[in-house]
Design a protein around this ligand. Structure first.
Ligand code: F0G
Length: 339
């Protein structure tokens, strides 16, 4: 029987065999070779398909740990601020654990699929008239005053769970990659990967990518009104920013910016040429790789953080497919198919 990631990596995680864990069998996501991208940049490029996790994003790795710890600590409710994926994941794991879940999201600014997921799991969605950074600030204050477990990546258990992706990459490749390309929002995931790599003695160059309109770690200062098509990483004050900078510096990597045009070009290329549909934030990692090239790296892993179907609106606005209206009449059908 397949087991969840806490059971599988228990020796590396702050849990014991006696702990009751909340798992949806997250982790163990495929590492897919990307032939076209490899040819483009002249290196062996692999995609870590984190959308294969139960709720369709990498957040489930952290959430199995954060929610299991919350249950162990006797919590009755969990809360988070979110650009969408954390909300969906928190709601799913809370449902599984029988906990209440509240999420604070920027009103009207999260992808519809993520909102639907959160609501389906019975989450209480609070639509804030403000951005993600304000939402995070507010839930942090609330969690200090009330006994509600905060499950954003400021929670250590989240990073502990997410670091396991680095173990899998090294295991699947039979050694560390030369570089890891990863989108950066609140900067928890890049911090977690670096932690995981260090624990197994690996040291790939960490290459983080932010969207140009939401690039505080590139600019060196917070961004008051972050803007980008990649709503998942529309973040101006990353909570794990300092750790992310430390990670890229010790690994000889960098955090750089990619424009929305570059993100959308990568988003479309991955769907049309590699047959993989990721959300725009995930495409930022590929956009960065295409923009800056392999820079001498032989093996590169791009972390594809979430599934494309979560964000139908962006897909409908930017796809290169066709919808052709057709009357139920054979000649018309032939024209529609063959023209
Ligand atoms: N990719 C996707 C699809 C995300 O949802 C996020 C973050 C990131 C990348 C960036 O990861 O924040 O650890 O640097 N989403 C959070 C959320 C903020 O609320 O779902 P990070």
């Amino acid at each position: 029987m397949r087991e969840g990631l806490i059971a599988r990596f228990i020796d590396h995680l702050p849990f014991s065999k006696q702990d009751v864990v909340v798992s949806l069998l997250e982790g163990f996501t495929p590492l897919l070779h990307a032939p076209l991208l490899s040819e483009r940049v002249g290196a062996n490029v692999y995609l870590k398909l984190e959308g294969a996790n139960p709720t369709g994003s990498f957040k489930d790795r952290g959430m199995t740990c954060a929610v299991s710890a919350a249950v162990r600590d006797g919590a009755e409710a969990v809360i988070c601020a979110s650009t969408g994926n954390t909300a969906a994941s928190a709601a799913a794991y809370a449902a599984r654990a029988g906990l209440r879940c509240a999420v604070l999201v920027p009103d009207g600014k999260i992808a519809i699929g993520k909102l639907a997921q959160t609501l389906m799991h019975g989450g209480r969605v609070i639509a804030l008239k403000g951005n993600f950074d304000m939402a995070l600030q507010m839930v942090r204050e609330l969690a200090e005053r009330y006994p509600i477990a905060l499950v954003n990546s400021v929670n250590e258990f989240r990073l502990e769970g997410q670091k396991t992706a680095a173990f899998e990459v090294v295991e699947d490749l039979g050694g560390p990659p030369s570089a890891l390309c990863i989108p950066v929002g609140n900067a928890g995931n890049i911090t977690a990967y670096w932690r995981g790599f260090k624990e197994v003695g690996a040291s790939p160059r960490m290459l983080g990518f932010q969207a140009e309109g939401a690039a505080p770690l590139v600019l060196g200062h917070p961004v008051e009104n972050p803007e980008t098509v990649a709503s998942a990483i529309r973040i101006g004050k990353p909570a794990r920013g300092e750790e992310a900078i430390a990670a890229v510096e010790s690994s000889g990597g960098a955090i750089r910016a990619v424009s929305d045009e570059e993100i959308l070009a990568a988003y479309k290329m991955m769907a049309v040429k590699e047959g993989m549909f990721f959300e725009p934030a995930s495409a930022a990692a590929v956009a960065g790789l295409m923009k800056y090239g392999a820079e001498g790296a032989e093996t590169i892993v791009c972390v594809m953080t979430g599934r494309g179907i979560k964000d139908q609106q962006t897909a409908m606005e930017h796809h290169s497919g066709k919808i052709i209206q057709c009357e139920p009449e054979m000649n018309e059908l032939m024209r529609a198919v063959l023209r």
